[in-house]
Design a protein. Structure first.
Length: 297
């Protein structure tokens, strides 16, 4: 069985934790994108379920790519990486987040002791909570529900309108899959698999935004973006790498500011930060990622 198929079929009730020095756990989190609780104005106190959430979420943002949605997913990924014990790396593409947990010590522990049900439920809950928090802020600020006090010039939110937005905002839920892999090479195989999918989806999404479906039927993704460039002068290659290849999230030294006793103090600490991804079908780039993951070639 190929490496990717092996990964997809390796599921356990408890994440396997042998005595080897390195344990890699793949966690894939992506939203169901369904409204699970929304209260329309005419029926404010009645909960209802809908499978239209995916389209409603897509309609909130610009096509083919929306910087705000990219920001929401990046921030959710950073939040997960910071709050799930043992995360070394996260890969974000489209509406999917892959987390890699690496246990470097045989006697070390991993998130909830590797209990599958706990990891799936808690990680999905963390992603759901953070994404919805960010969406609420987005909904309020997008609709400009704020005003300025003339006496202090402070910008404040109109409480009534803000509460109305929160009450009527759809809530989105994430699901989560967790499985372990035997070695670092299998983890790289998964990231390569998702990177290839990201590139394909990015090309298709760009072409489908500007060209009718009937003209794209039967065309390879490279042919689709070539036609797009020919017809409209839109070159997919000119988009940001993060939109073409996804984003990588890993720890690095970052600068922060904090106000203490009226003074702004600058300091540095290691934190999860987001970086534009790159094409992992290129061997040089795979080696570059292995260095980031501290994996021997």
């Amino acid at each position: 069985m190929c490496q990717i198929c092996t990964i997809l079929h390796t599921h356990h009730r408890t994440v396997h934790t042998p005595t080897s020095s390195v344990i890699l756990v793949i966690i894939v989190v992506n939203p169901e994108l369904r409204i699970i609780c929304a209260a329309p104005k005419k029926n404010r106190h009645k909960n209802y379920n809908s499978n239209k959430g995916k389209n409603q979420l897509k309609n909130k943002f610009e096509k083919p790519f929306d910087e705000q949605f990219v920001y929401l997913m990046n921030e959710t990924a950073c939040y997960l990486a910071s709050n799930v014990q043992g995360v070394q790396f996260a890969y974000v593409q489209s509406d999917e987040i892959s987390l890699i947990i690496k246990k470097t010590e045989p006697d070390g522990d991993i998130f909830f002791g590797g209990r599958l049900c706990k990891m799936q439920s808690i990680i999905a809950s963390l992603a759901t909570a953070k994404f919805n928090q960010l969406m609420m802020v987005y909904n309020i600020t997008k609709n400009n529900y704020f005003f300025t006090r003339e006496d202090t010039a402070d910008t404040l939110y109109d409480i009534v309108d803000a509460v109305d937005v929160i009450t009527n905002s759809p809530l989105y839920q994430f699901d989560c899959k967790v499985w372990d892999v035997d070695n670092a090479n299998d983890a790289m195989a998964w990231l390569l698999f998702r990177n290839i999918d990201c590139i394909r989806n990015s090309k298709q999404q760009t072409a489908q935004t500007y060209l009718p479906h009937k003209e794209l039927v039967g065309l390879h993704t490279d042919e689709q973006i070539a036609l797009l460039n020919e017809r409209h002068g839109i070159d997919w290659n000119r988009y940001k790498d993060g939109l073409k290849y996804g984003r990588f999230v890993y720890r690095e030294s970052a600068k922060f500011q904090k106000e203490i006793n009226g003074k702004v103090v600058e300091f540095e600490r290691n934190a999860f930060t987001t970086h534009n991804g790159f094409d992992l079908t290129i061997e040089e780039n795979r080696n570059k990622l292995k260095n980031i993951l501290n994996i021997e070639n």
